[in-house]
Design a protein around this ligand. Structure first.
Ligand code: DX5
Ligand code: ZN
Length: 217
């Protein structure tokens, strides 16, 4: 699988979501940050907006749930049209059961780790997942500086994926830009979320192509 670039709609103009989604067609997935003011100190959007976004673009939706009780809410995002659902392990009551439910409902199951959450305790869960997300900022806001200290965790996660011979993807999210994407790729990431680096550019589609080029170097 080639390197994938997922623009984050969080950095777009929320009053023009359909146009902003169309502006990055050609990207692999549209990253949709769902925040609930409890798991993170910010509030974004929920199921009805995901449903409308899904109708507004051909790009599949990669829903990143930064919410409490994802066990309860994740299924609704699949019904709303998400092709991939990421829950935070820090918030999930039963991550294996949740991952199995997401897959059974026909979406890709993904689990996210905040910067202070290690991968090692979850090694045995990896076969239950289609993607692992290593956060490279504290979740909650776009436009934060990339945390270089997460590079070793990306490397260790890639080693564990290889050790188990898994096909799963390794996503990075937070501060990914033309300055940092090569370091992430070199460490073993293959799915790159970029918010401000895409929507802060004059031509978002061009920014996606430039990031893809750097990731594939
Ligand atoms: C942060 C979100 C990210 C955010 C990334 O909590 O999960 O997806 O949009 O934005 P940038 O790329 O600007 O760091
Ligand atoms: Zn995100």
């Amino acid at each position: 699988m080639a390197q994938q670039i997922n623009p984050s709609i969080l950095s777009a103009d929320f009053a023009r979501l359909a146009d902003e989604a169309k502006a990055v067609e050609g990207a692999d997935w549209l990253h949709v940050d769902v925040m609930d003011n409890h798991f993170v100190p910010n509030l974004t959007l929920g199921v009805p907006v995901v449903e409308s976004l899904g109708k507004a673009t051909e790009t599949p939706l990669d829903c990143h749930l930064m919410i409490e009780d994802p066990d309860r809410w994740a299924p609704q995002y699949i019904e709303a049209g998400a092709g991939s659902v990421t829950f935070h392990v820090e918030a999930a009551a039963a991550p294996v059961r949740l991952a199995r439910e997401i897959r059974a409902k026909g979406a890709r199951a993904s689990m996210a780790l905040k910067p202070a959450t290690p991968i090692e305790p979850y090694e045995d869960l990896l076969p239950e997942l289609d993607m692992l997300l290593v956060m490279t900022v504290e979740p909650g806001f776009g436009g934060q500086a990339f945390l270089d200290i997460m590079l070793p965790k990306i490397r260790r996660t890639r080693q564990l994926i290889e050790k188990h011979g898994l096909e799963m993807w390794l996503q990075v999210d937070g501060g990914v830009s033309a300055e940092t994407i090569e370091r992430c790729a070199e460490a073993g990431a293959d799915v790159f979320v970029a918010g401000s680096a895409v929507y802060g550019a004059d031509d978002p589609a061009k920014a996606v192509r430039a990031l893809r080029h750097l990731a594939e170097k």
